[in-house]
Design a protein around this ligand. Structure first.
Ligand code: EAX
Length: 353
């Protein structure tokens, strides 16, 4: 996977290097031995000039998103013997998440990864995933998303010329702000909190007591610095990696959204792949999903520790969760009416915990 910020790749995690090393060895062992009858598997390394896949994200290179994408890239590049080459554009270099999804829809990009923020504009079922306090733990989320419910939700993207390859993880979102300790809905009164461009999320933060401000990620840091907004909400790992630790020291462990992410492809391009290549991409995506989820879970708590010790953030864990859950009930009432089978899907997800 190539990048414009070469230095960041030097920091690639050891396990990824191990994976690459193993892949390289397999490449040597198999050189000149075509895989029987598999189109796309028979070329030697470097036979053709590679198809370059530009992948963007708002997340910086050290984030869990890129841990996943580097694993995916190394598997695909190896298994296709270099016929595909990934190029990384981290830290919003290609714009915000809506820009990325629109690029994939238009076909100017073949593949990207994004949090759910802009996705409900492309797929009404994504509104279910954005509901507050729907998931209580990651195992429940993985069970729902990796099973038939998750597949049904992803399948809806096809109507928009998009293909949902796999569910990645962003994580459980926590409130952070520059003003004061927030424990309950009344503490949020008057605070302008940035949320992603999702109507469900906007309504949820308003219901929780805040003044929600929908904003694309690239504008957030400056808006916090200038005091246009008082806070934001994101998983702890992003709070650290996206540097909001520096400007919003009050952190509340509200866990109000479990936020997955999606690896999304242009549907026409996906269909144009050979059967072998499509399976390579799909399996690489699934392997990378498991890997990045492990990393995300592993660093979530560590990120809070760093926020506390290094950045002197105040981490508030005594939160009136019941109060917030009660406050967001109208959001369920509003959206479950709009989504076909929404009520039954939510019930099934709740029973999985
Ligand atoms: O890096 O927009 C958001 O809050 C996302 O969680 C973020 O862009 C991921």
């Amino acid at each position: 996977m190539a990048t414009r910020r070469t230095a960041t790749w030097v920091a690639m995690v050891a396990a990824v290097m191990l994976l690459a090393a193993v892949s390289a060895l397999q490449g040597v062992a198999q050189a000149g031995q075509p895989a029987a009858g598999q189109s796309g598997a028979t070329e030697a390394w470097g036979d053709k000039s590679p198809v370059v896949l530009k992948v963007g994200s708002t997340a910086p290179p050290q984030s869990h998103y890129w841990v996943g994408m580097r694993v995916m890239a190394s598997i695909v590049e190896d298994m296709t013997k270099g016929r595909f080459k990934f190029e990384a554009y981290p830290s919003s270099q290609l714009g915000g998440e809506r820009d990325l999804v629109e690029g994939v829809k238009l076909g100017t990009m073949k593949l990207t990864m994004t949090s759910t923020g802009p996705l409900s504009a492309f797929n009404p079922l994504m509104k279910l995933v954005d509901l507050p306090y729907l998931f209580t733990n990651t195992q429940q989320a993985y069970k729902a998303l990796d099973g038939p419910i998750g597949r049904q939700i992803l399948a809806e993207f096809e109507k928009q010329g998009l293909y949902g390859v796999v569910w990645y993880e962003n994580g459980f979102r926590q409130l952070t702000n520059s003003k004061r300790v927030v424990k309950s809905p009344s503490d949020l009164k008057g605070l302008k909190i940035r949320v992603m461009e999702s109507p469900v999320m906007v309504d949820s933060l308003n219901a929780m007591g805040a003044q929600a401000v929908a904003m694309a990620w690239p504008e957030v840091f400056t808006s916090l610095q200038q005091g246009v907004i008082d806070g934001q909400e994101n998983p702890a790992i992003n709070h650290l990696n996206n540097r909001t630790v520096e400007v919003t020291p009050y952190v509340s462990i509200t866990n109000h959204f479990y936020n997955p992410a999606v690896v999304i492809a242009n549907l026409a391009w996906w269909k144009s792949l050979s059967d072998f290549d499509r399976q390579v991409f799909q399996k690489a995506a699934e392997t990378s999903r498991d890997y990045m989820r492990w990393f995300s879970n592993y660093y979530d708590e560590a990120a809070l520790k760093t926020a506390e010790t290094q950045y002197k953030n105040k981490i508030e864990r005594q939160i009136d969760i019941a109060g917030f859950q009660k406050a967001v009930q109208p959001v369920y009432d509003k959206y479950l009416k709009q989504i076909p089978n929404g009520e039954s899907i939510v019930k099934q997800i709740r029973e999985m915990k």
